[in-house]
Write a protein that binds this ligand. Structure first.
Ligand code: BG6
Length: 293
């Protein structure tokens, strides 16, 4: 048996014979559901706009070519917060399947999505002139969801970008949720707008209030573990992504986010986001870069 794929109404769904599934909107190539062992693993706001009118509040929105709204980078300063990838309609490029190896290894499915200048709104194209091609791959197997982004410079001139998978993980209770794997990692704290003097991060990070930090661990080889009450719930493995953003808006901030529902939903989510966002990644004409998690 192989995976079942459906592609309609701007949404691609893949379901493995064993029941695991992933749903991706063409709008933003946003993963809006990932189910494993019958459980939804991602948090999506009940007030999220899934119609393609605005970036999805939850799931895995994609950040490219800029993270946040930096004021010191003229080439991206005309773009909206987090860039255009999460608000553009991507193309579904197709699927590939990996069959079970017959030795207990499970078969899986990979969905590929593409975005290029021709898919952008006139405003987005006007705001950023890079000649680019993106291929985003979402691979589902039993027990894991892996995503990767290939960034290509299709032009003759170099440009710089930032990229990030803005993953909203569903957790049972933020007050008993911990993140391990950031020991000693320096970080920039966006809440207090300060840089932590490295190395300061404890081996176990507990979330006790509004959190918005950009970490730069010493190596990409350390996996992060998100645990509930000390029991591992997620493992985040990174390839080429040097930074990790940890975000939880907490009570007050969540109140002010209009598409955030229920209002106490911050208790059941944590964003652990892998990407290249602390600085800029430069890509020469004709070159490509790939990262994943
Ligand atoms: C996080 C940023 O990645 O995304 C936060 O670090 C930001 O600063 C959050 O508030 C949500 O951004 P947005 O644009 O989806 O509201």
């Amino acid at each position: 048996a192989s995976a079942t794929i459906t592609h309609d109404n701007g949404r691609v769904t893949a379901t493995l014979p064993t029941g695991e599934s992933v749903e991706v909107l063409l709008y933003g190539a946003t993963v809006v559901s990932w189910k494993d062992k019958g459980e939804e693993k991602l948090w999506v706001s009940e007030a999220a706009d899934l119609s393609g009118g605005s970036a999805v509040r939850g799931g895995v929105p994609l950040v490219f070519p800029v993270f946040g709204k930096p004021t010191d980078h003229p080439a991206t300063s005309a773009l909206p917060q987090h860039g255009f990838a999460r608000t553009s309609r991507w193309e579904f490029l197709g699927k590939s399947t990996t069959e079970s190896d017959g030795k207990g290894g499970d078969g899986g499915v990979k969905l590929d999505f593409g975005l290029g200048p021709e898919n952008l709104s006139a405003e987005a194209r006007e705001a950023w002139k890079g000649e680019f091609g993106l291929i985003y791959s979402v691979a589902l197997t039993r027990g894991a969801l892996r995503t990767s982004m290939l960034v290509r410079n299709d032009g003759g001139e170099a440009w710089e970008f930032q990229v990030l998978m803005h993953t909203y993980l569903r957790v049972k209770d933020i007050t008993t949720t911990t993140v391990e794997g950031l020991a000693g990692a320096p970080y920039h704290d966006k809440v207090t707008a300060s840089a932590a003097t490295a190395p300061t991060s404890p081996s176990t990070l507990s979330i006790t209030g509004e959190t918005d930090r950009v970490y730069t661990p010493a190596t990409v080889d350390t996996a992060l573990t998100v645990s509930a009450n000390g029991t591992p719930a997620f493992e985040v493995v990174r390839e080429n992504f040097e930074n990790v953003v940890v975000w939880n808006p907490w009570e007050e901030k969540a109140k002010g986010i209009k598409d955030f529902a229920p209002k106490d939903g911050w208790k059941e989510m944590i964003c652990v986001e892998a990407g290249q966002v602390a600085g800029w990644t430069k890509l020469e004409g004709g070159d490509a870069w790939e990262g994943g998690n």
